[in-house]
Each structure stands twice: as C-alpha cells, then as structure tokens.
Design a binder for this molecule. Structure first.
Ligand code: 649
Length: 599
C-alpha cells in the first residue's frame, strides 16, 4: 500500500513509482533522443537521469505549492519534455501535455487549452521567455494569469535541489486534450490507474520480449505519442529512440533509418506515415535499410488502408519488412489510448465486403467467385469495400456495437456505434458534466447497470474481431444511403492529380441532404481558371460513377484550406461549417495571377 497525500491507496504503484524503481536499479538507457533526426546528435538518458531531472522540476513546483494543481507542458518534443512530465507527477500535480505556442495556429490552440485547463504554471523552453508576457496579457480577463517556468540544458544541468523531494502522486494524473477543435477544447481526465491499465492492455497484446527497443517520432502531446510510446516504454522497462515529428515529416526516411541503426523491434505510425515512406524514400536510401528487426509495427489513429499496406510491403519487403509484424489497431484518447489490435504474430486480415449492403449497415461478404472481387479494389471500385481488421478487443475490456438511435445492441453482422467498457475508459471531460455523462456513462436500452464510453465511431464485430467503418458524425446520409466520406474522398483524390486534401460532407438542400465535396487544388487560381472545367468534370465523374451520387457542389480551395486536426485528420464538421458560413477558403484570382497590365 502506498501512502499518498494523507490518503491510503491500495491501487497499482503508478508510472512515477515504476520510474523510481528503475532509477534505483542498474544504469540502463531509457531514452535516446535523435536531436537532428539522425544518429549524429543522439543524446541518451538513463532512468536515473530521467528521475533526477524530474526531481528538479518537482522541487520547483513544490516550492510553488502546486500539489493537486494543473501544469501545462509547452516544451518541444525531446528529453526535457519527459523530465518535465515525470517532474509534474512527482510534485503531485496534473500534467496538461501541450506544445510551444509558436505560430498563429499553435498560439490559438494553445490559448484555448490554457483557458480551459486554468493551469497555475506553464513549463516552457527558455527561448520563449521574451514572448510569455505578451501571451499572458492576451488571455481573457477571466483567466488567472499562469506563472511560467523556463527550462533549458543549463536548468537541468544545474545543482541538485536541496533536501529530499517526495514522490507524490496526484489524482488525476493527466489532462489529455483531444486534437479536434480549437473553439471547443475538451480535456480528458486520466488517472494513474488509467495510464497503467492502458500499458497493461497493450503489453497483453505485445507479449514479452527481452531485447525490445522502441522508436517513435509521434508528438508527445497526443495520446498515441504519450501513452502509446513514452509511458509504455517506462512501464515495460525497454529503451525508446525518439525524434521530433518535424524531422520525420521533412524526411520520412529518418524513421526507417533509425529503425535500421538502432535495431528497433517495435514502432508505430498512422496510415499516412506508411504512405509517406513508400512515396518519398529513394532507391539509394532503400539500399541502406534493414527492417528485419521489427516485430511489432502498430498502425492506427485513422482508417487503415489495404492499399497502403500492400504498397508498403512491396517496397520494403525486400528490405526485411515482414507484414506479420504490422498491427492494425484502434483506440481513442477517451479510452486513454488502446481499445483493440491484431494479436502479435497473426496474419493481417482484410474482409472484402459488399459495399451496397455496408451502406445499409449490413455486413455481407462480397460473393467470392466474382472475378472482379478477386482482382481487387481497383477492378470493382463501386462494389467492394476492403476493410482491415483492427484485431481483438483489449484484455479486460468489452466492445458493444449499438444502434445509435434505438440504443439497442445490434445483432451480429450489423454495423453500429462502438461502445467501450473497461479500465482504460477515462473519467470524463474537465468541467463538462452533461457531455461527460452522455459520452462516458452511456447505457444501452433495456440493458443492465453497466456503463459505456460512446466512441462516435462506426464498425462491427466479426468472429471476435473489431472492424472500423467510419465516424457517426461524418456519415453522409443521402436518399436513405449511408455513404462513408473517406471512400468519396479517395475517389476525389484519385480523380485528378491536382487534387490534394479533400473533405466530403452533406448540407441540407431543397430535396433533402446534398453531397458537397471540398477539395484543395494544387496550383494557382489562374491555372484553375484554365483547367477548372476539366478538374471539376473528373471529380464529378469519379464520385458519380463510384458512389452513385452526384455532388451538388465542388468547392476548390488552395492547399491548406481544409481544416485538419493537429494529428492530421480531416475535420469534416468544421469544413462543413466553414462552407455553410462562406468562410471556407476559395481559390480566387490573386494579384500574382493577374496579367501584368491589370495589376
Ligand atoms: C489511436 C489513437 C490506437 C487516436 C495505438 C497503440 C514505440 C513504438 C510503438 C509502441 C511503443 C513504443 O487516434 C491509437 C492504439 C500504439 C502502441 C504503440 O506501441 N486517438 S484520438 O483520440 O486522437 O483519435 C481517436 C479517433 O481516431 C479514429 C477514430 O475516429 C477514433 O475515435 N481512429 C481510427 N479510425 C479508423 N481506424 C482506426 N484503426 C482508428 N484508430 C483511431
């Protein structure tokens, strides 16, 4: 039993306790940060160093009497981030993982997190010192101005704090902001029990391996980069190689090179990361890669595409990548992170389903023997849906698939909303009683006392495996058909090479809901004026042919016009709102595009 802040706890020791134990053991590398994205500027920290550095932060926070208060983490990804995180835990405060407020979008989002979480302290890099006062001044009057704690290498390298620093543990441990909307921030309250239970559920999937080494470039302020990598590595006691998301995005090769160089056995990325590798890594770079050490590669956070995985395997199979290591997985921050994943060592499973039936919520295999189905998605784009299994539900958890209207569990073979029950489910959103009750403690109609998390995701269970088909809120319902926007968006992107991002959604029209497609055009307004008719025609033809619905409008905007979450997901609801309000960026002739004479 731990004795914490005057209370007796019978619960698990928690991650701070686990770090303390590892710090007291033999000096082993906990984290290796690739400061420039390559092996040239690698910095290693042992568990002991992490613990000592966390102690400095904790001492500072304790001086300010912050036990039980909230502390926003506004550092860049890296070792200082991890030290500060565990320092906040050690001081018995609640960590609010965030990012440095630099750049217009980041400042707005950061401010919304600060306003909602009302922290006492913000921990930032000393380079931000000059800008802090102005940031504080621009906060609304209703917010008590936070204090700032600036840190850098000198801070962490300075003299050890005087006296002993207690190991406190707060409840809650962490406030996780969803990556969605700036205008409506929602802070998910996570306890130390949630964090540990998530690690245990993942470990049950992963199994034990003596020589495990992890690698991540994911942002540490998202559930997948924080609970999925940093905390999991501390919990499991294996080393983690880190680089910043920016270094990955600039050159995806660095991710696979780090896997090669450090003999990485476990890594993770959203679907888009696999596409980025396949399309950007050159033949010469390919020659330098050895992916044969990989035994677990998690792929989650957005729909897992069969096409993406096939292309990745074709490109990297010859470099030792074995597709059995790929683990499609599903989860969400409201469930700390992990809900389901393919069991380690089993083959990938993809179901070829009748698309029309799926639109009506029915799971029916596309008839085998049909030559088109055998030839794959491209041969029968309008009729087959290739859905990759997200594996089995996490140990100790239950998934119930529920009809979102009647709130009754759906019969087998039907699509419904995914409801989750188990210890990974968080306690709610900070300060949002009604939304918390509706989201975190839902009950099925006529069911027992059991409460569930409503995920807002659609999917089905088949042979005990979970398949995700889309998001309830994003579903485009036209003339009684349920269209999945991501399918329409794929057709739009493939319709013309100049189309980049896009969002499909519906708006009320004279005869019911109408389909609207917003697309980012890779070119100038003048180019669009010249070839616009052809692009428009290609988009309309593709959507009509492949989905049987003609878009009522196709909106073209510049690259960057479509709102995205900080983790790279299309924000269809926000796109629709902007479209309806007329604020969605449109490609209009810019001064540069005008002929010289009229400028
Ligand atoms: C989902 C997180 C799931 C998310 C990840 C397990 C080093 C390397 C690896 C390692 C350790 C060290 O997106 C992640 C589990 C990682 C283990 C790594 O181990 N959270 S979110 O709150 O930002 O968004 C949730 C929403 O994303 C969508 C759903 O709409 C969900 O509500 N989503 C998916 N959509 C379709 N298919 C999927 N597989 C989806 N997963 C999430």
């Amino acid at each position: 039993m731990d004795h914490i802040a005057g209370r007796t706890r019978t619960s698990l020791p928690g991650l701070p306790g686990i770090l303390r134990e590892r710090a007291a053991g033999p000096r082993r590398t906990a984290f290796r940060f690739l400061a420039d994205g390559t092996g040239d500027e690698a910095v290693d920290w042992t568990y002991h160093e992490v613990y000592e550095h966390a102690g400095r932060i904790a001492a500072d926070l304790l001086d300010r009497e912050l036990t039980g208060r909230r502390v926003v983490l506004a550092l860049d990804p890296g070792l200082h981030y991890i030290a500060a995180l565990f320092g906040i835990f050690r001081a018995g405060a609640t960590a609010v993982p965030s990012f440095p407020p630099t750049g217009k979008r980041a400042v707005a989002r950061f401010a919304s997190i600060v306003v909602d979480s009302t922290p006492d302290v913000i921990i930032a890099d000393r380079r931000l010192e000059g800008r802090a006062a102005q940031f504080t001044a621009e906060l609304p009057d209703t917010v008590r101005p936070p204090q700032w704690l600036f840190v850098d290498d000198a801070y962490f390298g300075g003299p050890a704090p005087a006296g002993t620093i207690p190991d406190a543990v707060s409840e809650p441990a962490l406030l996780q902001y969803t990556s969605g909307s700036t205008g409506d921030p929602k802070g998910i309250v996570l306890t130390h029990e949630n964090l540990v239970s998530n690690c245990r559920a993942l470990e049950a999937n992963m199994g034990y391996e003596a020589d495990r080494v992890g690698c991540t470039w994911l942002p540490p302020y998202h559930d997948m980069g924080l609970m999925g990598t940093i905390m999991l590595a501390v919990h499991g006691g294996w080393p983690l190689v880190l680089m910043s998301p920016a270094h990955f995005v600039q050159q995806p090769y660095r991710w696979l090179k780090a896997i090669t160089d450090h003999k990485v056995t476990i890594s993770v990325g959203p679907n888009f990361a696999f596409d980025m590798c396949t399309s950007s890594i050159t033949d010469d770079e390919l020659e330098t890669l050895d992916l044969s050490t990989l035994r677990q590669v998690f792929c989650g956070s957005e729909p897992v595409s069969r096409v993406t995985l096939d292309r990745f395997r074709e490109r990297f199979g010859p470099r030792g990548y074995d597709e059995t290591s790929l683990i499609p997985c599903y989860g969400l921050a409201e469930a700390t992170l992990y809900v389901s994943g393919k069991p380690t060592g089993t083959p990938l499973r993809t179901e070829l389903l009748d698309k029309e039936a799926l639109e009506n919520g029915i799971v029916r295999r596309f008839e085998p023997g049909d030559a088109q189905a055998a030839a794959g998605q491209d041969a029968a784009p309008g009729r087959v849906a290739h859905i990759v299994s997200c594996g089995t539900v996490a140990d100790g958890h239950q998934v119930t698939v529920v009809d979102p209207e009647t709130l009754l569990p759906v019969p087998a073979g039907r699509v419904g909303e995914i409801w989750v029950n188990g210890p990974n489910v968080a306690h709610g959103y900070l300060g949002r009683t009604e939304l918390t009750a509706a989201t975190f403690t839902a009950r099925t109609a006529g069911g027992g006392a059991e409460t569930h998390l409503r995920t807002g995701d659609l999917g089905f269970l088949l042979d005990g495996e979970l398949f995700i088909t889309g998001r309830l809120k994003d579903l485009v319902v036209i003339a009684g058909r349920n269209l999945y926007p991501q399918d329409i968006e794929l057709s739009v992107r493939q319709a013309h090479e100049k189309v980049r991002g896009c969002a499909a959604f519906s708006v009320p029209g004279e005869q019911g809901e109408e389909l609207v497609v917003a697309a980012e055009y890779r070119g100038t307004a003048r180019q669009l004026a010249a070839e616009g008719a052809a692009v428009l025609e290609a988009v309309i033809a593709a959507v009509t042919a492949e989905h049987g619905v003609r878009p009522a409008d196709v909106h073209f905007g510049p690259v960057g016009a479509i709102p995205m979450t900080t983790s790279g997901k299309v924000r269809r609801d926000a796109t629709r709102k902007a479209y309806v309000q007329g604020t969605l960026k449109k490609l209009a002739p810019a001064a540069d595009d005008m002929p010289q004479a009229v400028r």
